[in-house]
Design a protein around this ligand. Structure first.
Ligand code: SAH
Length: 243
């Protein structure tokens, strides 16, 4: 059967990529992906055809992968983090809907919520919500509603795509919505370039997430719930055990 692996390569560093992801790339004839992600696995691409395309060409990239698979080549489509968390696993299935003879195999990876949480401590130890602030594919009103309700329900909130060059104020607006039902002093944290050169993390309060020039599109943001606290420099959401 013809195969397309949609591979989550983890946050960046090779140590955080699963052996299964490495094996899928090794088995493939072609590696397809966004330029930056292909560079992260360049060492594994010797002797393979590499097709990298810039951002915003997601569906084109899926079609390129599909064309190669139709010709009988095994393809590894690489995504950062997990391929099924704001990744390409679903889009690949949609684009290949009329090619049931091509098997789409998702290879999971460590998503930024997990790798970032590990850098900060243990903020996601209880119920949490992951919300992307990108309104490229989701109406802002929907994002706003999710933020408001997740905050009201006291979920720990993990924010992906907190800012981009064009969307500088989304995080500030998100923080305002969250603050409607959470203290401005809530312990928060963010991690930039997880597992990549220039990794940087900081603990702060909800207030300090506002007008924060540090945070960019390569950052994942964590907002604690009403019980989250800082223990010896670690951001921790208590699990509820009596200590
Ligand atoms: N599939 C990816 C998410 C892609 S959406 C995953 O599972 O991790 C892109 C967003 O993910 C970024 O804006 C950022 O918020 C987060 N992200 C992905 N990789 C990251 C990294 N290495 N360091 C920090 N944040 C990261």
């Amino acid at each position: 059967m013809k195969k397309i692996f949609v591979v989550g390569i983890g946050p960046g560093e090779a140590a955080y990529m699963t052996p299964a992801a490495g094996a899928a790339i090794a088995e493939s004839d072609v590696v397809v992906g966004y330029t930056l992600y292909v560079e992260l696995v360049r060492d594994l691409c010797a002797g393979k055809l590499v097709e990298s395309t810039p951002m915003k060409k997601e569906t084109d990239r899926c079609r390129i992968a599909l064309e190669h698979a139709r010709k009988g080549r095994t393809v590894a489509f690489v995504c950062s983090g997990d391929a099924g968390v704001y990744g390409m696993a679903g889009v690949m299935c949609e684009v290949a809907e009329n090619d049931p003879d091509i098997e789409i195999i998702t290879v999971p990876g460590i998503t930024a919520a997990c790798s970032g949480a590990a850098v900060l401590g243990a903020p996601l130890i209880h119920d949490f919500a992951v919300i992307s602030l990108s309104d490229l594919l989701t109406p802002w009103e929907t994002i706003e509603k999710r933020l408001l309700l997740a905050a009201e329900a006291d979920f720990v909130i993990c924010l992906y795509n907190p800012k981009s060059m064009k969307r500088r104020d989304h995080l500030d607006r998100a923080v305002e919505y969250i603050a409607k039902s959470r203290s401005w002093e809530t312990p928060c944290g963010y991690v930039k370039n997880i597992g990549r050169e220039g990794e940087y993390s900081r603990l702060c309060t909800l207030r300090e997430l506002k007008d924060n020039e540090d945070i960019d599109m390569f950052t994942t943001v964590f907002v604690g719930n009403s019980g989250t606290r800082v223990i010896n420099g670690r951001l921790v959401t208590p699990r509820g055990y009596q200590i």
